[in-house]
Design a binder for this molecule. Structure first.
Ligand code: ADP
Length: 444
């Protein structure tokens, strides 16, 4: 109340000063009382005028943008101005803090790998992050305040929005076309909705590949197993001659070998997928790989083909010898198996001008039609299933080759013409190729 006392004292002083001046000025005109009263009234009016001017300045500052300081008057008006300004500044600061927090919060949601779409009680878009915009084909700025069902018309999405289920995962076809979205719808606040979305196309693809793989493996194993159990039945129930018994046993061995090869290839694939990339400082002598596959190819061909395995001239490849041998053996094995008698198979080393190196396996065999080429390295993909099985193929060979060469930083290049033969190239980057000094070649 100290300001009130000050106001009363100021009013009394103004009145008194006005009265004294009025008395002094009114006395010569013989109007002392009127002069005193008029003087007192003028004194109070002057005080009110000064107050009015100060209030006007403060009001002008308040009506404006309140930039800069409030008018710094002495006393009552000065304090009012200072307090208003202080409370405005405090409110501005807390608003700024709130806005910073909101911006941080939104950028955290923006960084989420999942889509977040916020809808108001009329299903109008309040906010969405770029992932949700991408999932539903929205524009985060342009589409704000638009009813989402006008923009995303996929029936499954609209039905889910209208009648739930809420808080449950629902898989719907991606509203933009291909793939699948997994969405969860939640209610919050007063009738508002939150749509969380995740693109599960890749996961579904991996899951379907896994299912296909298990089905393929089961099928590949079941066939020889069925044959084997048939032979066991025959052996136990029929009185066979020695010649028949030997024939049955040899057929049983073939089936057992087939299963063994299949399991071997499966294990190789599993190992390739589960182990770290081969070291870049262990050097494998290419000629040694060539000599090993040459021996195996000659045994497999049994003189039916013309076989030419070249020289690599001391070249070494950085990587894992067992893996490289398995890749090359698969290619040479295929070349022999898919080349009719009298055809030729060759293995050679080519150094490219940029330092990269290629192991090339060529044959003059049956070749492969263009439409099969992109799928050849898929597991269990075969152009001619019966020919592959009859010659002991598992359908996993090229898949292993591709894995190996990719793990060595290279690529598998296939060129083939039906009836003309095929050319498979393992291309290795320059960093994994070196020509060894004689001492290194011996030591490797
Ligand atoms: P498979 O064990 O059946 O040979 P691969 O994965 O090694 O399996 O090869 C996949 C398919 O590619 C084969 O089934 C075959 O049809 C075709 N193929 C592979 N190499 C050759 C080749 N050198 N000539 C012709 N066809 C080939």
């Amino acid at each position: 109340m100290s300001w009130m006392l000050a106001r009363i004292v100021a009013a009394v002083l103004a009145m008194a000063a006005g009265a004294v001046v009025g008395l002094v000025l009114g006395a010569p005109a013989h109007l002392p009382i009127i002069g005193t009263l008029l003087g007192a009234a003028l004194g109070v009016a002057l005080l009110v005028l000064i107050d009015g001017v100060r209030a006007q300045r403060l009001l002008r500052w308040l009506r404006g943008a309140q930039q800069g300081e409030a008018p710094r008057n002495a006393g009552f008006w000065g304090e009012i101005g200072y307090r208003i300004e202080r409370s405005l500044r405090l409110r501005e600061r807390s608003l700024e803090e709130e806005q910073t927090r909101l911006a941080q919060f939104l950028s955290a949601i923006e960084a989420s790998p999942n889509g977040v779409l916020m809808l108001d009680e009329h299903d109008q878009i309040d906010w969405c992050n770029t992932v949700a915009a991408d999932h539903f084909g929205l524009d985060p700025l342009r589409d704000r305040r638009q009813r989402v069902t006008n923009l995303v018309r996929a029936p499954a999405f609209v039905a889910c929005l209208q009648s739930g289920p809420y808080d449950e995962t629902l898989d719907i076809p991606n509203p933009r076309g291909r793939g699948t979205l997994s969405i969860v719808l939640r209610r919050y606040g007063a009738g508002m909705k939150l749509v969380l979305s995740q693109d599960i196309t890749e996961r579904e693809r991996a899951e379907s590949m896994r299912r296909d793989f298990v089905a393929n493996v089961s099928h590949e194993i079941r066939t020889p197993l069925t044959v084997l159990s048939g032979f066991i039945e025959t052996l136990s129930n029929l009185p066979l001659t020695e010649v028949e018994r030997k024939r049955v046993l040899s057929l049983m061995r073939q089936q057992a070998d087939r299963m063994q090869t299949l399991v071997g290839d499966l294990l190789t694939l599993a190992q390739l997928e589960g182990s770290p990339r081969p070291a870049a400082d262990r050097w494998v002598v290419v000629d040694r790989l060539f000599r090993q596959v040459e021996a195996d190819a000659r045994a497999l061909s049994a003189g039916r083909h013309s076989l030419k395995v070249g020289e690599a001239g001391g070249v070494q490849l950085a990587g894992n010898e067992a893996e490289l041998l398995s890749a090359l053996a698969n290619l040479v094995n295929n070349a022999v198996r898919y080349t009719p008698e009298g055809g030729s198979v060759s293995v050679s080393w080519v150094r490219r001008a940029d330092g990269a190196g290629e192991i090339e396996v060529r044959d003059t065999g049956i070749g492969i039609a263009r439409e099969h080429l992109p799928r050849l390295t898929e597991r269990f993909y075969r152009v001619d299933g019966s020919r592959s099985r009859d010659t002991g193929g598992t359908g996993l060979g090229l898949s292993i080759v591709k894995h190996v060469v990719q793990r060595h930083g290279g690529e598998l290049d296939i060129h083939s013409e039906p009836g003309q033969g095929s050319r498979f190239r393992l291309v290795f980057p320059a960093a994994r190729v070196r020509v060894a000094e004689p001492a290194q070649a011996l030591g490797a």
